[in-house]
Write a protein that binds this ligand. Structure first.
Ligand SMILES: [Fe+2]
Ligand SMILES: [Fe+2]
Ligand SMILES: [Fe+2]
Length: 415
């Protein structure tokens, strides 16, 4: 399996969140960069710096999850709710547990943090408060066109020292934000995050055996936004692996297919939740927005070193052999075995899985649709034949995996 840096993966998720709307555009990146500047000024060690940067890059992830009306991205609403949801989304993974704690307190006033630390260690609480501070600075300066000037922002932040922000964080912020360079650096939107961040970070490879686990974890971030898609990515991934095996792909490639399957709808993070929740009644404009998820998938995955091998497989799942797919209307000659398998897995899973508003199709109906799509040149004949010949097995495994994912979703959405 290819090596992937944790920071690159997280930055990829972060970039996707920043695509959501023009109001929020770049917010996670700016908060990430501002956090890293604070880290440098606070002389944090590389571990703390890296955690702070990653927490900054993901801090509002809970606002994109199911149940929150966050499409207008009004940062004033549901502050504690999205912080807590973000915590719940992230804390299940050992590599993200500390980041999750920072996210949890990123809107908690310092006074409250000091009184009731919830058993979280002091340095983590402090770093969470640094996010709180730089988040506010960015919201005032750049979000929802507030466009407040630097001096006014510094005044606001300064007036809440002790009450909302840790005095030490305010002190350091006053130092760094006095320079125009701070504001220029956080709004500089081009270039890879690694080149923009000058603080000493600790490169952490996502351990190879954990990469799959990690991608499954990320599939939750993608799927849990809508109860309509809560288990979709895992169903697709599992089906893709089975078809890859049946088609004779190597074990390594089967693993890559799982990774690609888990990430194939990554771009849906950039689709407003209200569109995800009404899949049957999209008007042409809305449909275009949903279709854009395939482009976002490509843009983001391509920027993550180590994922070169799976980007096409993941992001071409809406391309069709007859050239009638999207986003590039590719044709048969352009589509590899992996991409064809992913397309079949996506359609098969989408029509077979139960959704809140309808039951999944039974064998007869599902196979009829797949075969018709093969006849009409949308899907690959041979791969559809693999589904037909192995339906019982493929379907049984998909059901098990999706019911497990559904239990995880229920656990997430009811707490
Ligand atoms: Fe927030
Ligand atoms: Fe924020
Ligand atoms: Fe898709």
């Amino acid at each position: 399996m290819d090596n992937v840096y944790l920071l690159d993966l997280i930055n990829g998720i972060s970039e996707t969140l920043d695509y959501v709307s023009t109001t929020v555009s770049g917010h996670h990146r700016r908060v990430g960069v501002a956090s890293s500047i604070m880290a440098e000024a606070l002389s944090l060690d590389a571990d703390d710096t890296t955690d702070l940067l990653m927490a900054g890059l993901l801090h509002d992830i809970g606002a994109f999850s199911q149940g929150l009306k966050f499409d207008g991205l009004d940062f004033e609403i549901d502050l504690t709710k999205h912080a807590y949801l973000g915590y719940r989304l992230l804390h299940g993974h050992p590599l993200l547990a500390r980041i999750a704690e920072m996210v949890r307190v990123h809107h908690t006033p310092w006074k409250e943090v000091v009184q009731n630390g919830n058993g979280i260690d002091k340095s983590t609480l402090f770093l969470g408060n640094v996010i709180n501070l730089v988040d506010r600075a960015d919201v005032l300066a750049n979000v929802n066109s507030r466009g407040m000037k630097k001096d006014a922002i510094r005044k606001v932040i300064g007036s809440y020292s002790s009450a909302i922000y840790a005095p030490r964080a305010v002190e350091v912020f006053m130092d760094v934000s006095a320079e125009q360079d701070f504001w220029d650096r956080i709004t500089e939107s081009s270039g890879h995050i690694r080149d923009v961040v000058t603080a000493g970070i600790k490169e952490r490879y996502t351990p190879q055996d954990q990469l799959l686990d990690f991608s499954r974890f990320f599939s939750h971030l993608i799927d849990f936004r809508s109860r309509h898609t809560a288990t979709h990515s895992q169903g697709v991934a599992e089906t893709a692996v089975q078809l890859a095996r049946l088609a004779g792909m190597s074990e390594l490639d089967q693993k890559r297919m799982r990774l690609a399957g888990n990430l194939h709808d990554l771009g849906k993070l950039a689709v407003p939740g209200k569109l995800l929740d009404k899949p049957s009644t999209l008007d042409p404009k809305e449909y275009e927005i949903v279709q854009n998820h395939a482009v976002v998938c490509e843009t983001v995955l391509r920027s993550i070193p180590g994922l070169e091998n799976i980007t096409d497989w993941a992001c071409q799942h809406h391309e069709r052999l007859n050239g009638k797919g999207y986003p590039h209307a590719l044709e048969e000659k352009d589509l590899s075995l992996g991409s064809r398998i992913m397309a079949v897995s996506d359609v098969y899973t989408a029509i077979s899985e139960d959704r809140p508003y309808r039951d999944g199709m039974d064998q007869e109906k599902a196979l009829f649709i797949l075969q018709s799509m093969a006849v009409d040149g949308f899907l690959d004949h041979e791969i559809v034949a693999l589904v037909v010949d192995n339906y019982e097995q493929i379907d049984a495994i998909r059901r098990i995996v999706q019911s497990r994912a559904n239990a995880e979703f229920k656990h997430f959405s009811t707490q």
